[in-house]
Design a protein around this ligand. Sequence first.
Ligand SMILES: [Fe+2]
Length: 333
Amino acid sequence: MSISIDITRPLPGAAFGAKVRLAMSPATGRPDALPQALADNGGLLLIPGLNEIKRDPALLVRLSRLFGPEVEDYRHLPTGRRMVHETQPEIFLVTNTVPGSRPPPARPEPPLTADGKLPVQYPHRKGWHTDQSYRRPPPDISLFYAAVPVDRARGQTLFASGILAYEALPARLKAKVETLQGLHAQPGTGRGRNDALAGRTPRPFAAHESSQLQPVVRTHPVTGQCALYLCEYGQMDWFEGPFVGMQPGPHGDGAALLDELMVHYTRPEFVYVHEWTEGDVLVWDNRCLIHAATWYDAENDQRLMWRTTVRGNPGSIYAGERKSWIPQEAATA
Ligand SMILES: [Fe+2]
């Protein structure tokens, strides 16, 4: 698949990212034009106007393959087929409609900042994460297609740049996180901060569900840039973590450091707010960005988004590792 691109940068109101217009041009295009643009623009691309994906869902998968060798097949998820596109098993459905029926995140309290803006900064805004960080090796890139977005001013997706946040870290914090490791937990395994705060006992989990260590500072395998790599409430392990070698639990010194880092990471100058238009595709690099979904009115709004996940180049620290989330017996069968 050869592509020519026109790039506008940066994205409005953001210090990173780029808008890209595509032309399929087998004669002059290059298959690496898009991945190169992603690397050159801080890990975020907006490709508007791809409404043809609705008629040709395989186009989203073909685009995804430009970014890496392995596009996840979601057929084997424990949630089953109801979250997966009926003809393209590489497309995960993020929707409040049947049969996906996933509710939107809660509205921040208060819903707007003191100056009337959409809250983006932690902890006013919660839900910041990087996709599947509870897996080793973690995925590289996600693509998200707006099949049926909700009206603008609701249902946005927020992105924060781990590269900009890392560069701006005070020296004291940079030294603290240099070799620090975070313990990332799969949502739903009962290891989140709210589970710990409520005093629940986490259920025992199988080896392939276990929380996974990740460096707090990741070196990007393509650009060589350092980026903060962190999540918060639901996707860190708040029983044994959030950090190795620090006091665990929601009241420990690890929790205090995570709060301080997340407040810094999500400062408005490191954030881009995407208001969706039907036909938009966003491509983001999970190795150097975090993102968060925002509230919409699930009673009155219908939202249908399609996601793919690309893996295959996590960096040399993961070299030779087996996939942590595949049960051993399945891996050897
Ligand atoms: Fe996500």
